[in-house]
Design a protein around this ligand. Structure first.
Ligand code: IMP
Ligand code: MG
Length: 174
């Protein structure tokens, strides 16, 4: 299916903001090594762009979780579809998310990962729909852009698995 998609955040703006975040993270983690955890599949593009620009040593791991519920809304529970390959014990971990909406996914995932005893655990998200937050316990450390309550695609984000490849963030006319 083909939808009308309007550009919302340009490739240039995304690039500039990711550079800023990478610089901030590199400063905050000086002398450390970061384990970046990419939450599949949406965060793949952001993870790559961020990883390339962080100047302290990093290692990467991947996790896939899904929430029960309809396509554009998440309910409470999550299932791990693919777990991390490596232990995070004693590691300085940053979870890399594409977008935080209700926050329910992260509010389940964070305690799960905390139990594995990382040295530290922080969160970065490219996009944050702050107004939609239900899980008040989720604290995000590095936010790319706060956005309005619109359904967005591109830069890894999908609508029914399509449009992940767009180099910008767009709004789908549903
Ligand atoms: P949360 O648990 O409600 O925070 O849901 C987060 C997940 O919902 C994201 O990782 C996305 O997979 C999906 N999601 C939420 N809003 C959007 C959107 O605007 N476009 C594409 N996916 C979205
Ligand atoms: Mg996601």
């Amino acid at each position: 299916m083909i939808h009308k998609i309007t550009e919302y955040i340009s490739e240039e703006k995304l690039d500039a903001r990711i550079r800023e975040l990478a610089a901030q993270i590199s400063k905050d983690y000086a002398e450390k090594e970061i384990r970046l955890i990419c939450i599949l599949k949406g965060s793949v593009f952001y993870t790559c762009e961020l990883a390339k620009r962080i100047t302290v040593p990093i290692t990467l791991d991947f996790m896939s979780v899904s929430s029960y519920g309809s396509q554009t809304q998440s309910s409470g529970d999550i299932i791990i579809k693919k777990d991390l390959d490596e232990s995070i014990e004693g590691r300085d971990v940053i979870i890399v998310e594409d977008i935080i909406d209700s926050g329910n996914t992260l509010s389940k995932l964070i305690p799960m990962l905390q139990k594995r005893n990382p040295a530290s655990l922080k969160i970065t998200t490219l996009l944050d729909k702050t107004d939609r937050r239900e899980a008040k316990d989720v604290q995000v450390d590095y936010v790319g852009f706060e956005i309005e309550d619109k359904f967005v695609v591109g830069y890894g984000l999908d609508y029914d698995q399509s449009y992940r490849d767009l180099p910008y963030i767009g709004i789908v006319e549903l």
